[in-house]
Design a protein around this ligand. Structure first.
Ligand SMILES: Nc1ncnc2c1ncn2[C@@H]1O[C@H](COP(=O)(O)OP(=O)(O)OP(=O)(O)O)[C@@H](O)[C@H]1O
Ligand SMILES: [Mg+2]
Length: 331
């Protein structure tokens, strides 16, 4: 029998909320079954509102499932939540910065959290030294966190997640909001935690390039469901043959007419997304050859009297993948 680090069993979370007196039911996580092996680097990819944070919060025992359950390090998230908590290190990119005490230095921040985690004092001191060294913070350990760069703050937060030496790390968008340099640094650190210290990592992101680069296995989530669970090479293959162009048109009074003109152009394979922004409409199109398509689309829009304000080749997006999967009947 394989020993899984994380195994979810029909894990489900339904939120009920009221907006303007109207009851709204959201299936944030809908019968999710995933298995993450010990030592695996597992990526959970999905657009806004897919359910990634809700799934991670249930695994962290911060919120309870509506239905189903999960095992983390072999412990049940509902019945054995204390054991689950001591098995995991959690990191939430969006609120991360706020969860440190900016007027304390790095070592005092870590000491305080070690105390909250009930790590014995002598063990804590040794671990803090080792973690500060691992994250290259030894020489800045007495500096106040408010004077740290973003990258350094992230390193303190990662150190904090490791204070009780958990085998499993649950990382919710750890690179969100980071500048390019800090994002690269964070990815390298996560890689090292996985490869050198053998930590199992479950990592969520919007960014498929990041996930494809880091993870050994990828699940794609949408509307609370897992629609793909595969090796990154599968995602790489999907990305390889997606060619996309983005056009921006101003002063459009009839979006349907714009849509129908665009879909009648031979080189346009399909319309992926139409965004209606206050000043312009931007449309994302899949094509076979983006360089040829740019000229043809621009000519056609001009001849129909549309005011094209920009047209450019665009990197594949998650939306492209969803359209592709839907066409192939996978979702
Ligand atoms: N406490 C809550 N009450 C009501 N609805 C909620 C609550 N938390 C999340 N939701 C809804 O559940 C769905 C999933 O949200 P979740 O935050 O898990 O998505 P996500 O994949 O993490 O999105 P993002 O990429 O924006 O972080 C969304 O429709 C969201 O509005
Ligand atoms: Mg989220």
């Amino acid at each position: 029998m394989v020993d899984y680090a994380v195994e979810t069993i029909d894990l489900t979370k339904i939120f009920e909320s009221k907006e303007d007196g109207i009851k709204r039911i959201v299936r944030a996580v809908d019968h999710v079954n995933i298995k993450v092996k010990k030592g695996e680097f597992f990526g959970l990819l999905g657009p806004n509102g897919a359910g990634k944070t809700t799934l991670i919060k249930m695994l962290c025992t911060i919120i309870l499932p509506t239905e189903g359950t999960a095992k983390v390090n072999g412990y049940d998230i509902i019945r054995e939540s204390v054991k689950v908590r001591s098995s995991i290190g959690w990191f939430h990119g969006e609120t991360g910065g706020r969860s440190l005490y900016w007027r304390l230095n790095a070592e005092d921040n870590l000491r305080f959290y070690a105390y909250l985690q009930n790590v014995p004092k002598d063990v804590a001191e040794k671990r803090i030294d080792a973690l500060l060294e691992f994250f290259d913070l030894t020489k800045d350990r007495k500096k106040l966190v408010k004077d740290y760069s973003t990258g350094m703050k992230v390193r303190v937060m990662l150190a904090r997640a490791l204070l009780h030496n958990p085998p499993i790390l649950l990382m919710d968008e750890p690179t969100i909001g980071l500048d390019t340099v800090s994002a690269v640094e964070t990815r390298n650190l996560l890689k090292a935690l996985n490869k050198e210290l053998g930590k199992t990592i479950v990592f969520t992101s919007h960014n498929m390039f990041e996930v494809e680069q880091l993870c050994e296995r990828i699940a794609i989530m949408k509307n609370g469901r897992i629609i793909v669970d595969a090796h990154p090479s599968v995602l790489r293959d999907m990305l390889r043959d997606i060619r996309a162009v983005e056009v921006e048109v101003r002063n459009v009074d009839n979006i349907d007419r714009l849509r129908s003109v665009l879909s009648s152009i031979d080189v346009v394979n399909r319309i992926v997304e139409v965004k209606n922004d206050p000043i312009a409409i931007s449309v994302r199109l899949q094509v076979d050859d983006e360089y040829e398509a740019i000229h043809i689309i621009a000519d056609r829009l001009y001849s129909y009297g549309f005011k094209l304000s920009s047209i450019r080749r665009s990197e594949p997006s998650l939306e492209d993948i969803f359209v592709k999967l839907a066409r192939e009947g996978a979702v």
